[in-house]
Design a protein around this ligand. Structure first.
Ligand code: NAD
Length: 358
């Protein structure tokens, strides 16, 4: 099988490629523009694998994308490429509209042309779209996001992902393109760009920098280890029904504050701060202005994927978080490498008054 992966140099895409290459004999082409969030270092362990190739390409460049698909002749397209950081979508929504909406349209359109030409009789082609639970918006206590929950996105990021989901579904209903979609909860694990909550807190803590908590930190997210997400995608690709959407989530609801407390306590336990037994990483916590439009709660009802496809998570949040912390502590050179340039873990996503007036 030949698999065309977009965004394979990012956090989840690279975990997916590493997983596929160690479990199957598939040919994989990673098509990634290498934005600030895309790093080939995350794929160093498999870069010499004979089944792996890479093209630096932008899904917003339709003619380049078209040539790359036609030359590679994929049986399967798995679409991870996106702008993904909510805070950045507040300061610079245009990038999100371009990549997440127009880029997804380009990919759908080029896949449809390619599929119409090559797969008219044998229906083995599949377009799989990776999405997020954030498209469903804010959730009340005791409710869960199911595949039937109406979309109600709050941020430019989640609105652009919602838009891309609608486009993908419409390419199935209108043109018959064989698609599947997964909407997953918050992922954590190795190789996540250090602007996201968990790596940001780990790296700030070990440098004795403040740990910024947005608002009062009571926002609830449903955390899933990236390897459990990747296994779920694999299952949907092999067993999922064309045209269907599957929600993926680990039933690990935690407030942001609890996540940070746990990171602090695990760091204390790992005793990397050896110089003072009195020191508590929790003392670095600082409460800062909340994110505008910050959703209070996300939580996934995973009964469809569990009952219909037999998926279940393997990693508990506690063990997964400990392993993740250890991974960051052992891979500080990766962290340093990916942060070079414009990003120094500064706060983004605060409304500027001139931006509001536009
Ligand atoms: P990431 O930001 O770590 O990586 C995104 C990748 O896409 C990068 O390698 C980047 O270079 C590439 N990319 C960006 N714009 C591109 C373009 N125009 N053309 C080609 N490549 C481009 O993201 P991630 O966390 O790995 O997320 C991957 C997908 O999973 C996204 O679609 C995201 O919406 C979805 N998702 C993420 C989470 C999460 O918690 N991280 C949860 C659910 C769903």
């Amino acid at each position: 099988m030949k698999i065309f992966v977009t965004g394979g140099a990012g956090f989840i895409g690279s975990a997916f490629i590493r997983y596929l290459l160690s479990n199957y004999d598939n040919k994989i082409l990673n098509y990634d523009k290498l934005s600030y969030a895309g790093n080939l270092n995350s794929l160093a362990s498999i870069s010499n694998n004979k089944n792996y190739s890479f093209i630096k390409g932008d899904i917003c460049n339709k003619s380049h994308l078209s040539k790359s698909i036609i030359n590679f002749k994929p049986d399967l397209v798995v679409h991870f490429a996106a702008e993904t950081h909510v805070d950045r979508s507040i300061n610079n929504p245009e990038e999100f509209i371009n990549t997440n909406i127009i880029g997804t349209y380009n990919l759908l359109d080029e896949c449809l042309k390619y599929w119409n030409k090559n797969f008219v009789k044998e229906n083995t082609f599949r377009f799989h779209h990776i999405s997020t639970d954030e498209v469903y918006g804010d959730l009340k206590k005791n409710e869960f996001f199911s595949e039937y929950t109406p979309y109600d996105p709050s941020s430019p990021y989640s609105a652009s992902k919602a838009s891309s989901d609608h486009l993908v579904r419409s390419w199935f209903r209108t043109f018959g393109l064989p698609i599947t979609i997964t909407n997953c909860s918050n992922n954590y694990g190795p190789y996540q760009y250090p602007e996201k909550l968990i790596p940001l807190m780990i790296l700030n803590a070990i440098e004795n920098k403040p740990l910024p908590i947005y608002g009062d930190g009571s926002q609830i997210r449903d955390w899933l280890h990236v390897d459990d997400h990747v296994r779920a995608i694999d299952l949907v690709l092999s067993e999922g029904k064309v045209g269907e959407t599957y929600n993926i989530g680990g039933k690990n609801e935690k407030t942001n504050l609890d996540v940070v407390y746990t990171i602090c306590d695990l760091l204390n336990e790992i005793k990397i701060k050896k110089n003072s037994l009195q020191f508590s990483y929790r003392s670095l916590i600082e409460f800062v202005e909340d994110r505008p439009g910050h959703d209070k709660r996300y939580a996934i009802d995973n009964s469809k994927i569990s009952k219909q496809l037999g998926w279940k998570q393997e990693e508990s949040f506690e063990s997964g978080l400990k392993k993740t912390i250890e991974w960051y502590l052992n891979n500080l050179s990766w962290c340093k490498e990916v942060q070079k340039g414009e990003f120094s873990r500064q706060r983004t996503g605060i409304l500027k008054s001139n931006y509001k007036q536009k």
